[in-house]
Design a protein around this ligand. Structure first.
Ligand code: SIN
Length: 186
């Protein structure tokens, strides 16, 4: 695990691909659309503490290694002391991993690659659920909820945040339309 403990006053780039896109409950210097290569967003991680409970976990996103893919999200430039809060928020199976982050160009500047970190919940962690078909994942999300709110809201917030970034993620949009249909039918 990457540890910025020795550099609390240094700025770091953090890549968010799930709730970190729309729920930035930490101070940051800069927020930029960004992407990382070789990873795909998947609702394969269990949530015991935010969108579910230990007895009835929800399903949230992690990154799965996949050659040739690009995962788009948001990069934040943060001070090192922010990681104390984030390590606690992402404690349910996520590890801080070093990645190269591709920042979108802005204000006339071209795209830029910077070293940074992201939180990944790897296969085998205590809350990992792994793959399932879209119908099963949608049914699971439609019924789960936890201290941070309903699992469906997590999915809908993610879909809306990606939409606002003009990012197409078929895994997310398919699940969002399935869960919306389940809610309408109930
Ligand atoms: C992230 O947002 O980057 C990690 C997963 C999550 O907290 O939803």
């Amino acid at each position: 695990m990457f540890s910025p403990a020795a550099s609390r006053n240094v700025k770091h780039w953090l890549f968010g691909y799930g709730s970190l896109i729309w729920r930035a409950d930490f101070p940051y210097h800069e927020r930029r659309p960004a992407a990382i290569r070789g990873w795909t967003r998947r609702f394969w991680q269990g949530s015991h503490d935010h969108r579910g409970t230990p007895g009835s976990p929800g399903r949230v996103v992690t990154l799965v290694s996949q050659t040739g893919t690009l995962c788009a999200g948001i990069a934040y430039q943060v001070a090192g002391d922010v990681f104390e809060h984030l390590d606690h928020r992402e404690k349910n199976g996520y590890e801080r991993v070093a990645v190269d982050i591709h920042l979108d160009g802005e204000r006339g500047a071209g795209p830029r690659r910077v070293p940074g970190v992201t939180y990944i919940a790897p296969p085998g962690n205590e809350a990992f659920l792994g793959p399932a078909d879209a119908e099963q994942i949608a049914a699971h999300i439609a019924r789960a909820s936890g201290p941070s709110g309903s699992n469906a809201d997590y999915l809908f917030e993610l879909a809306a945040a990606l939409d606002a970034l003009n990012v197409e993620d078929r895994h997310v949009t398919e699940l969002a339309s399935r869960v919306a249909a389940l809610e309408k039918a109930s």
